[in-house]
Design a protein around this ligand. Structure first.
Ligand SMILES: [Zn+2]
Length: 318
């Protein structure tokens, strides 16, 4: 297990992505793979011209970072790649303050970089669902789901006031192994929110297991498969391979990651935080491939500007 978790060492990272030119080549290759057509004529063929790309048909030129979360960046690509490595090489991730310290950039720059990378991860993660057919024809995993309250003032009791509501789901494979996880901010723990979460995050064939919360019955509507367990105690089980063990582990890991990287997360940014957490967790067995994976997430990300980041009001599903 240890060996599987091993990622790219700092020395390997420096060898592969230490120079601006290497980062540019890596980003361009992945953007071309993802499909980078000319904004004017739609031509898929292009040539490189410094940090810009030119269309072979109409000669329109654009930046290799255009149209993605990197739009308008003035930072060296080597700084972006260092940020990608720093943010994806540990399970907890790192705080914007720590990122700034490591990269030698100001806090606002680090925060914005952090935000854009999390947004790219979160967007990429939203393309996937949990609870699909098993790999290699194996048995499908059970999807465990539960309600989670995040944030609010610390040490202010455990009531839901001021807290962000989240639905979390985790695949439990035979033998108790954790599969993929999905988490989303919801407007409340209502049937409508549960349905919206189900449609966004779960495969149509997913078999969902929850506790007795009434709203969770919505997991079983529209011909979906759902099992409820009315548990006497909400205490998380410490026993591997028991119901909700993997889900409780995922939620505990989330809580550890938040404590390690944030004093508080505002509700507006929680969904990107959750998406980034799930993105990292779901790739934990390919730690050495995190940088190219994050490049792919950037290559398919939507354009994000300073204005949209600060102005965007977040509306939870449900
Ligand atoms: Zn063109």
């Amino acid at each position: 297990m240890r060996a599987l978790m091993r990622g790219l060492t700092d020395a390997d990272f420096e060898r592969l992505y230490g120079q601006e030119e290497q980062c540019l080549a890596a980003l361009l290759a992945i953007r071309r793979q993802a499909g980078m057509s000319c904004p004017t004529c739609g031509n898929e063929r292009n040539y490189r011209c410094g940090r810009r790309v030119g269309c072979t048909r109409c000669n329109r030129r654009w930046s290799v970072t255009a149209g993605t979360v990197m739009t308008h960046t003035k930072l060296p690509l080597a700084t972006w790649f260092r940020a990608m490595h720093a943010m994806s090489s540990t399970k907890q991730g790192i705080s914007a303050v720590e990122l700034g310290r490591r990269l030698g950039v100001s806090y606002p720059t680090a925060w914005y970089l952090h935000k854009r990378l999390r947004h790219a991860m979160s967007e990429r993660e939203s393309l996937y669902v949990v609870g699909g057919p098993g790999e290699d024809g194996g048995a499908a995993a059970v999807v465990e789901a539960d309600d989670v309250y995040l944030g609010g003032e610390r040490n202010q009791g455990s009531g839901p006031a001021g807290k962000t509501r989240v639905i979390a789901a985790a695949e439990r494979h035979q033998g108790g192994r954790m599969g993929h996880v999905a988490m989303q901010v919801v407007s409340g723990f209502t049937a409508a929110a549960v349905k919206a979460f189900r449609d966004a995050c779960l495969a149509p064939t997913a078999h969902v297991h929850t506790d007795g919360l009434r709203a969770f019955n919505a997991f079983g509507t529209a011909g979906r498969s759902h099992q409820r367990s009315i548990t006497a105690s909400k205490r998380p089980s410490r026993q591997r391979n028991t119901a909700f063990f993997v889900l409780n582990t995922a939620i505990a890991n989330l809580s550890t990651a938040i404590k390690a990287t944030h004093k508080a997360i505002s509700a507006k940014h929680t969904n990107d935080y959750l998406g980034a957490f799930c993105w990292t967790t779901n790739r934990r067995r390919q730690m050495a491939e995190m940088v190219p994976a994050l490049c792919r997430a950037i290559a398919t990300s939507s354009r994000l500007t300073r204005r949209s980041v600060y102005a965007k009001k977040f509306v939870p599903i449900g």
